[in-house]
Design a protein around this ligand. Structure first.
Ligand code: DGI
Ligand code: FE
Ligand code: FE
Ligand code: FE
Length: 187
């Protein structure tokens, strides 16, 4: 599918503000790919699709996880973790994307994972710091992103983990493993 048609398909799945977020993640992913030597075309493609399923009914997202070979443990954690795996599944089955690097960047953009690829890091960080984001600490993340993907990502995951703790929510163990792994990469 041509890029413009793909973008139109994505735009239809979400409210306008989330589409603006997607445009921001696309722009920031490409900037980060240029800055850190990543593949700008793959970064753009993963960014376009990363939140495809975000506004789907949670039951539909859960069904995709249940009926296919996706991690069932996700279902015991926050529903916000589901759209990334559902999105990678749809990218493959509905849009014919075969590139595993692109699919992984979509799949792990929320939780992260150990040994994140350069593309995983770029999309996950762009999701945290695109121009429309304004949570406390985002400016610090943008500053860190000028020098280190890993340092900026740790700051991002710190903020997510603190947020989850403040809400009394459970944390998906892979997010903790991701943060530990990134800290190990920094030192
Ligand atoms: O889809 P976005 O809003 O652009 O961002 P995202 O896909 O990174 O989702 C972030 C949300 O996921 C954020 O509100 C926190 C929530 N969440 C719930 N449990 C976890 C989690 N995020 C992570 N990384 N780990 C969790 O265990
Ligand atoms: Fe997302
Ligand atoms: Fe994120
Ligand atoms: Fe996003």
């Amino acid at each position: 599918m041509k890029r413009e048609n793909l973008m139109a398909a994505v735009k239809e799945q979400m409210p306008e503000r989330r589409w603006q977020h997607t445009l921001g993640v696309m722009e920031t992913s490409v900037i980060l790919a240029e800055r850190f030597g990543g593949d700008t075309v793959k970064a753009d493609l993963a960014a376009i699709l990363h939140d495809y399923c975000k506004y789907w009914a949670v039951e539909e997202q859960a069904k995709i996880i249940r009926d296919n070979d996706l991690p069932k443990d996700l279902l015991a954690f926050d529903k916000e973790l589901w759209h990334s795996h559902a999105g990678a599944f749809i990218a493959k089955t509905q849009f014919g994307i075969e590139d595993e690097e692109v699919l992984d960047a979509i799949r792990y953009h929320t939780s992260g994972r150990e040994q994140m690829t350069l593309l995983d890091k770029i999309v996950c960080l762009a999701d945290y710091m695109e121009p429309g984001r304004d949570f406390p600490g985002v400016e610090h993340i943008r500053e860190l992103a000028k020098i280190s993907l890993e340092r900026a990502l740790v700051a991002g995951f710190d903020s997510t983990i603190n947020f989850l703790i403040s809400k009394g929510k459970r944390i998906y163990p892979l997010t903790i493993l991701t943060r530990n792994d990134l800290l190990e990469q920094i030192q």
